[in-house]
Write a protein that binds this ligand. Structure first.
Ligand code: SF4
Length: 232
């Protein structure tokens, strides 16, 4: 997303943020190359608490430099459905919680429309620290941080992961495709093909493109069908 010639890129991003838009996940950004062809580190943790403790003050990648809080993820540790976004935005960085602010409110509505509550699912991101100016996380940052999400997913062992936006969708599926090609389909999680990833649009994209809400709902109906859940 390029700034107009009358303002700097940072001013442009700040303008979006002022209006409550999480610029971390704008649809026109290119995703980082998926990791699947490279080796993903396996970390040996038994509990989510162990992972979180190991991440205290994490400085494994450059994203530590600008962050206020690490956004570990939160929710039901025994859930069947996990939601994974790209990375923390300004509100998440301030609070340490995933998906707060306007995009988070919209995600809550999507979850409620599925007859679920936020407490019944687990919500996390591909990287746990906010990239500067909400840029797309770099491949080396994803490579450092993804093993911790992998460990979370391996412990929680959900039936389905809903990947929100291009970075999460391409990273988790391992497919280097556009959002249009990825969304609306189940893809095997690249390190565990027994686990399905549904790729769909990020709530921040829906704030700018409300017409796409209908499409996301179609995707969520597929998720509900697959998990055997029923809408009230
Ligand atoms: S993004 Fe992940 S690997 Fe990088 S500093 Fe934050 S917690 Fe550590």
């Amino acid at each position: 997303m390029e700034a107009p010639s009358t303002m700097t890129q940072e001013e442009y991003m700040a303008l979006w943020e002022e209006h409550g838009i999480d610029t971390a996940t704008m649809s026109k950004k290119k995703a980082s190359k998926p990791l699947s062809q490279r080796k993903l580190k396996s970390l040996n943790y038994k509990t989510l608490e162990e992972i979180q403790a190991d991440l205290t003050n994490c400085q494994r990648c450059g994203l530590c430099e600008g962050r206020n809080k690490i956004v570990f993820g939160e929710g039901n540790k025994k859930t069947k459905i996990m939601f994974v976004g790209e990375g923390p935005g300004a509100n998440e960085d301030k609070t340490g919680l995933p998906f707060v602010g306007r995009a988070g409110e919209l995600l809550n509505k999507i979850i409620e429309a599925m007859s679920l509550s936020r407490e019944q699912v687990y919500i996390a991101n591909i990287v746990k620290c906010r990239p500067p100016s909400n840029r797309v996380p770099r491949p080396e940052e994803i490579e450092e941080c993804l093993p911790f999400l992998k460990a979370q997913i391996d412990i929680i062992n959900p039936d389905i992961i809903v990947a929100l936006g291009l970075t999460a969708s391409s990273t988790l599926s391992g497919e280097d495709c556009t959002m249009g090609e990825l969304r609306g389909k189940f893809h095997p999680l690249f390190w565990n093909n027994k686990l399905s990833v549904m790729a769909t649009y990020h709530p921040a994209y829906l704030l700018r493109n409300p017409a796409a809400k209908k499409v996301v709902w179609e995707d969520m109906k597929l998720v509900l069908k697959k998990t055997g859940a029923k809408r009230k």
